[in-house]
Design a protein around this ligand. Sequence first.
Ligand code: DGL
Length: 278
Amino acid sequence: MSIGVFDSGIGGLSVHRALVSRLPEADFTYLADQAHAPYGGLSGERIVELTRAGAERLFDRGASLVVLACNTASAHALRRLQQTWLPDYREAIGRPVNLLGLIVPTIEAATGVAWAEEGASESADVVGVFSTPGTTASRVYEIETAKRAPNLRLVSQPCHDLARMIEAGATRESLRREIGEQVEALTLRIGRPPDRAILGCTHYELVADLFREALPPTTALIHQPGPTAEALARYLETHPEYEAGKSGERCFLTTGRPGEQNALAAAFWAAPLRFEAA
Ligand code: DGL
């Protein structure tokens, strides 16, 4: 048994790296759906369909849990698949399997409010969310934040091209320019810089230093990988029926072109990274 990690491309590596360092003995299979990336501009229905296909591939290869290391997939497909697909699928394969997302752990980190203390925050801060157009359109950050911290103002900034640029290995200079423009657009919409900023697309974590550079020091950056890794560790502790393996195996698969990943991914992973055909 293993843990599956799913993203449209290389962005999920940011989460995967934190999962591996939190659970070094577990076996992991990472699947990048690069044949269909980026997901950010696709319809909700198409995202649900692609996420189901990706999860099924990972379950077929022995995953007990699949972490959707993709905000766009989590926003559109997590609840839908948990409610409409997983119950029958579990029965068909005859073992426990489940999907986990990363948006709730991120919101808990941003608001400091867990589900159990719903609505406890009195904070009137402004939180900015940088995400794909698909995630922005879903309004999942607004909905989940309102449940926990109704006084918190949340403003989402859809970054139309950024995930594609990162996936394509764009130069640091063009990424710096693009991120500068997105930060400026969000600041104009709020009327001042946000108090906290969520990198609400896993691809953006690969260039978190450029976001840090573009935002003023007074804006706290909320990162997804750490809270997601903690959430997975807690889930495994409280749900012993899901096995994570014990051999520390790492397998990287892609639906796109196998081989070396771009320099940005390799630099982020701190080693050359070869993906095999899924
Ligand atoms: N990395 C993904 C996310 O967190 C998807 C980016 C994309 O494919 O557009 O939203």
